[in-house]
Design a protein around this ligand. Sequence first.
Ligand code: GLU
Length: 472
Amino acid sequence: MKNKKKKFHLFKCVEFFFYKAARIMNLEPGLLEQIKSCHYVYCMRFPILLKNKIKIIEAYRAQHSHHKLPCKGGVRFSPLVTKNEVMGLAALMTYKCAIVNVPFGGAKGGIKIDSNKISFKEKEKIIRRYTAELIKKNFIGPGIDVPAPDYGTGEKEMSWILDTFLSLVPGNLDGLACVTGKPISQGGIRGRKDATSLGVLFGLRELCNLKEILKPIGLDLGLQGKKIIIQGLGNVGYHTAKFLERNDCIIVALAEKEGAIYNPKGLNISKVMDYFKEKKTLLNFPGAKTLKNSSSALELECDILIPAAIENVININNAHRIKAKIIGEAANGPLTNYANEILLKKGVIIIPDIYLNAGGVTVSYFEWLKNISHVRYGRIEKRFQEKINISIVNYIEKLSKKKINSKERKIILNGPNEIDLVRSGLEDTMISAFNELIMIKNKKKIVDFRTAAYFLAIEKIENSYKELGIFP
Ligand code: GLU
């Protein structure tokens, strides 16, 4: 295979997808260039004392687009971080936010180190220093750029970013909104942790309700009974598995770095997770077949394949062996452009990252709104709503002369909590964006969902520039 040794460049890959959509649009070349290119990249190097040796840490923050501010996107810890990677991931954030109508530009941060090889304290030291570097260059702030969790980071790291920001930039009333994905007690929001996965569920559910898509690939309508493979058992992969299992899907295989497990009858996710936590590996999970080569799990028979870890896992080398009928990109950039074209030719339905995993940033937006409004969702209206519900129920009972049973009464009377509002906002966002995608796809007769998604994103950003008056 002649392209076998080709080095993977995420930003170029994103550019390929961008131009595929741009070619069928009639846009001014200068405007296209502005939308496509990465506006700012801050490359930093700082020394950290690790195990009594000075180690130079290489880190980045890319702000892909300033067409809307603040910029938004996660910060990852990975030994594979490069400038090109963060630029590509930041570009994906711009398009993602546009598709789900989150009014932010895209950004992404990366710290080049394997977080499994450093201690808790060392990680804290690095993330605090990284935040201080961002502050120095005005690369962080509620109205400037708002980091969030990504690969290798979570609530803890977000708390450290917040604490560093509040210490070094004191007196900022909206300071809590400088970072999202925080613990609830630090201004976080309920439902952020599993938001990406819940978005994946909603997106796949919408897709599986479309007869015109499912019938040609020989699948029945609905999620129920669909055979699923998930690659990556981190926060996104685990919650996606859990949500799909609850919606009667059969999780036939799970893959992690060191290998995979397979059971065509279905794996029990909570049992797998208990085993994974205890043994630190999936291998030899009782009742399942162990596959030593993790990537071979991607090539097993299934209806839906969900890569939920990092980019470039389906590429020119393995794309032709993929048997899935649908690929749902829970990760960012899991398919290279070569793989994308091979799979489209095979008739595989690909639901792209810039739509499918947008649930995370959507709920981050809700968290940011909560922080700048300084009040928890539902706090003001919950009791009021409950009182109205009581009057309605009492009135219905009086008119109908029938009593509603106590279980149903409780459900009807309940005023909304933060988690209810977050989930309903997320569901609405994913459904509305899916409908917009389908509309564009049908109207413009676009064959694949990714091109339709880029079309939609570019069109929205173009409008935003035009309305700003920058381009006539
Ligand atoms: N890291 C997540 C993503 O890639 C979330 C970003 C955010 O919440 O800002 O979408």
